[in-house]
Design a protein around this ligand. Structure first.
Ligand code: C6P
Length: 420
């Protein structure tokens, strides 16, 4: 069975990005590191923030700081309006049908843990099976292992081929009457593979299993429409989408969120409390106990405004072009092997250099002003699959350009020189 890719390279008619203008929106990019202009290629770890996001956070703390949903005073009303306004932006960004489906969380990790602990503990039992893929980030492995330990369920893993693509036939074989949940990455952080999420969801639904999509590496790079994908849950992190750290989103189908028990208890998630009984608040507040990251939510709203202004299709087209250019350029380097050669990729280029540890590559590149990530990328099973201890990883964002890829290639050349 062939993988059917629903996310095509961005619309061919998307207007080109004015990358030089975009770069001016990111003050951090103006600095030098070790005397060299900063070339920031660690965007999969976290993206830089445009001035508009920094301003929104500063405006909140200097003009609106107040707790939300509680006060009757002007500042509290302003803060509530800004925070709930951000939720509307999130809802539209994801194509959710209502803001009741958009829960603010700390990030992708917390979103997955919430579903594992709330949905999983309520609806899974001994003998049930949870299906994930072999390319998952630890945050889409460990919460399910924990759940398996708690309820006696079993984790099944769909293998990947040598290009880093999920084996759809193997997935079909793993699905069965015991399958009670499927959780897969939209885009792999270690390989860059874009998974055929719509097909994965349809196949799981044929077995009545709900699907969570880990969109941490997808939301900043491809257009996401949760209704079009058909998934039941979708998570992403604000800080990878040009927003602040400590804020992210869990999208959940309303019917499922309604049926799920709260994840944490506390203020704001209740409508009535007595010592005998507590009535929970409406969605999405039932899942948002305690004072939230208000500045984070507002900052994420500003980041969504920013990316909408630039145009996600244009970002996707630019990054596809840059990834192809970097792939050609790095492939020409002696002793360099790219890890992750799927047909459908987004924004991530992982590689190894024969005889050189990835950390040495990262350290030498840093002396050249080039920031990449070196290590297992919180995806140790991927490293095991490819038989490498670690990879060096360059990852792109809307503000990166071809000159930076050239600097990266020259800096890798220096690494080769040192380790001749
Ligand atoms: N990957 C990377 O350098 P948090 O930490 O909750 O914002 O995101 C977790 C996460 C979940 N899924 C995927 C696919 C991810 O890539 C990440 C974060 C970073 O690759 C940090 S390890």
């Amino acid at each position: 069975m062939k993988a059917l890719h629903d996310i095509k390279p961005a619309a061919a008619n998307a207007p080109p990005l004015d990358v030089e203008r975009i770069r001016r929106d990111f003050p951090i990019l103006r600095q030098r590191v070790h005397g060299k202009p900063l070339v920031y290629l660690d965007n999969a770890a976290t993206a830089q923030k445009p001035q508009a996001v920094i301003d929104a956070i500063q405006r909140y703390y200097s003009k609106e700081n107040s707790n939300i949903h509680r006060g009757v005073h002007t500042l509290s009303e302003k803060a509530t309006e800004a925070y709930e306004g951000a939720r509307v932006k999130v809802k539209e960004f994801l194509g959710a049908s209502s803001t009741r489906e958009t829960v603010f969380v700390r990030g992708s990790t917390e979103g997955i843990n919430l579903v594992a602990q709330s949905y999983g503990r309520a609806f899974l039992k001994e003998g049930d099976e949870i299906v994930i893929s072999a390319m998952e980030h630890h945050s889409n492995i460990v919460p399910w292992q924990m759940l398996c330990g708690q309820v006696g369920a079993r984790l099944r893993v769909v293998p990947i081929n040598h290009d880093g693509e999920m084996l759809i036939d193997e997935y079909a074989r793993l699905l069965g009457p015991r399958t009670r949940f499927v959780s897969v990455a939209h885009v792999s952080n270690a390989l860059g593979t874009v998974n055929p999420v719509k097909q994965i969801v349809e196949m799981a639904h044929a077995h009545k299993a709900p699907v969570l999509v880990d969109g941490a590496q997808a939301a900043p790079h491809v257009k996401v429409d949760v209704q079009e994908l058909g998934c039941d849950f979708y998570v992403f992190s604000g800080h990878k989408l040009y927003g602040p750290t400590g804020i992210g989103v869990l999208y959940g189908r309303e019917r499922l969120l309604e049926a799920m028990p709260p994840y944490q208890g506390g203020g704001d998630m209740i409508s009535l409390v007595t010592f005998e009984k507590t009535h929970y608040n409406n969605l999405p507040y039932k899942f948002e106990a305690g004072t939230p990251h208000i500045a984070g939510g507002i900052g994420l709203g500003a980041a969504i405004d920013y990316i909408n202004g630039v145009g996600i299709d244009s970002v996707a087209a630019h990054e596809q072009e840059l990834l192809a250019y970097a792939t050609r350029s790095l492939s020409a380097i002696d002793r360099l092997r790219i890890i992750g050669t799927a047909r459908e990729k987004a924004s991530v280029l992982s590689f190894v250099l024969d005889g050189v540890h990835a950390h040495d590559i990262g350290t030498i590149l840093d002396r050249e002003g080039v920031a990449i990530r070196a290590g297992h990328h919180c995806a140790m099973p991927v490293m095991q699959r490819f038989g490498v201890p670690a990879t060096a990883r360059a990852s792109f964002a809307c503000y990166n350009n071809r000159e930076e890829v050239d600097t990266l290639a020259r800096a890798i050349g220096k690494v080769s020189e040192v380790f001749k």
